[in-house]
Design a protein. Structure first.
Length: 299
C-alpha cells in the first residue's frame, strides 16, 4: 500500500501537474480512508468499503463538500491502480458523489474594490504598496492566489501588455493587463529589491523570510483581513478568492461574453463559469421586485 501511494503521489505531480500541497491532501484523504476501514492493502478496496466510508463521513457530520473531496482522492487513486493494472476492476467507478448545495460565490462591488485598493495605496510603507500592486493585478486579471504569489517576474510583458499565467495542471494562459495595472507594477518594481537579498530572485513578489522565496498565500490573506475594516468592509466578507469572484462578476456585468471569462479564469469547463451568471440573474430579479411599480401594488 505504501509503495502504491508513493507512486501515485509522484504521478499526480509529474503527469497531472498537481502542486505538492494538492498531492499531500490527496494522500492524507486516502490514508484517512484506509485507516478508518482498516485497509492494509489496495486489493482490499471494494465498492462496499468506499460506500461504508462515505456513510461514516456523513454520520460524523462532515460537510458534503468535504465528503466529495475525500471521494475524489479515492477515485483518483483507484483510477491510478486500474490504469497501472495493479487491480482488475475500478472499485470507485460507480460510487455517486454526495449532493452539494450550490452556493453563489461572494464578491465585492466596484466601489468596495476601489476602496480596498485606495486604502492599500494610501499607506506610505512599501509593504502596503506591494499589497496594492498585488490587489490590482489579481483584480484586473482574475488570478488565483497561488498564481499571483508564485508568478515569475519574467512572465510580465510590458510591451505586449500581457502576462503568462501558469494555472492548474501546469496549463499556461495569456492574459491582457490594463495600462493602469502596468503603471502600478512599474511603480512597485522601483522598490521590489527591498524584498529580497539574492539578486537572482525570480519572483515578481519576493519575500525576505518565506522559504518559497516569494510572499505566501497566508501572508497575502492576512494583509487583506487587515485592510478590509480600514476600507469599511467586514473582514468576514473578504478572501483572496473573493477578489477573483469580483473580477468575473464585474466583467459579466459589463457584458463580457461567458467564453472569454472562462478563458481568463482558466476554467476547464464553462459550467464552472456559469455560476457567475446566477449572481447577475438574482440581482436583476431583486432589482425588479424592489423597483418595478407593479411590485408595490397590493394583491
Amino acid at each position: 500500500m505504501r509503495q502504491a501511494l508513493s507512486e501515485f503521489y509522484n504521478m499526480i505531480i509529474a503527469e497531472k501537474g498537481a502542486s505538492v500541497r494538492t498531492a499531500d491532501a490527496y494522500i492524507h484523504d486516502i490514508e484517512d480512508f484506509s485507516e478508518t476501514l482498516k485497509i492494509n492493502d489496495y486489493h482490499q478496496i471494494t465498492p462496499q468499503k468506499i460506500s461504508d466510508f462515505m456513510s461514516y463521513l456523513s454520520q460524523q457530520g462532515f460537510a458534503p463538500k468535504t465528503q466529495a473531496r475525500k471521494l475524489s482522492a479515492i477515485r483518483e487513486f483507484c483510477k491510478f491502480l486500474f490504469s497501472e493494472q495493479l487491480i482488475s476492476q475500478n472499485p470507485a467507478a460507480d460510487i455517486d458523489s454526495p449532493k452539494q448545495k450550490k452556493l453563489l460565490p461572494k464578491f465585492l462591488n466596484e466601489s468596495e474594490m476601489d476602496s480596498l485598493i485606495d486604502q492599500a495605496k494610501s499607506a506610505q510603507d512599501i509593504c502596503h504598496r506591494r499589497i496594492a500592486a498585488m490587489l490590482i493585478l489579481m483584480y484586473h486579471c482574475g488570478l488565483r492566489v497561488s498564481e499571483l504569489v508564485a508568478m515569475p517576474i519574467n512572465n510580465i510583458n510590458f510591451n505586449k501588455k500581457q502576462i503568462t499565467v501558469l494555472g492548474k495542471g501546469a496549463k499556461e494562459r495569456l492574459l491582457p493587463v490594463s495600462d493602469y495595472a502596468l503603471e502600478e507594477l512599474e511603480d512597485y518594481l522601483t522598490f521590489r529589491q527591498c524584498f529580497f537579498k539574492d539578486k537572482s530572485n525570480k519572483w515578481l513578489f519576493p519575500s525576505l523570510t518565506a522559504k518559497e522565496g516569494h510572499i505566501t498565500r497566508d501572508s497575502f490573506y492576512k494583509h487583506l483581513k487587515e485592510l478590509a475594516p480600514q476600507a469599511g468592509i467586514s473582514p468576514s466578507r473578504i478572501t483572496p478568492h473573493v477578489l477573483r469572484h469580483s473580477f468575473a462578476t464585474q466583467l459579466l456585468r459589463h457584458d463580457a461574453d461567458l467564453r472569454s471569462v472562462q478563458k481568463m479564469l482558466g476554467h476547464e469547463s464553462i459550467t464552472t463559469t456559469e455560476i457567475y451568471t446566477h449572481i447577475i440573474t438574482d440581482e436583476l430579479i431583486e432589482t425588479v421586485q424592489k423597483l418595478h411599480p407593479l411590485s408595490r401594488k397590493k394583491i
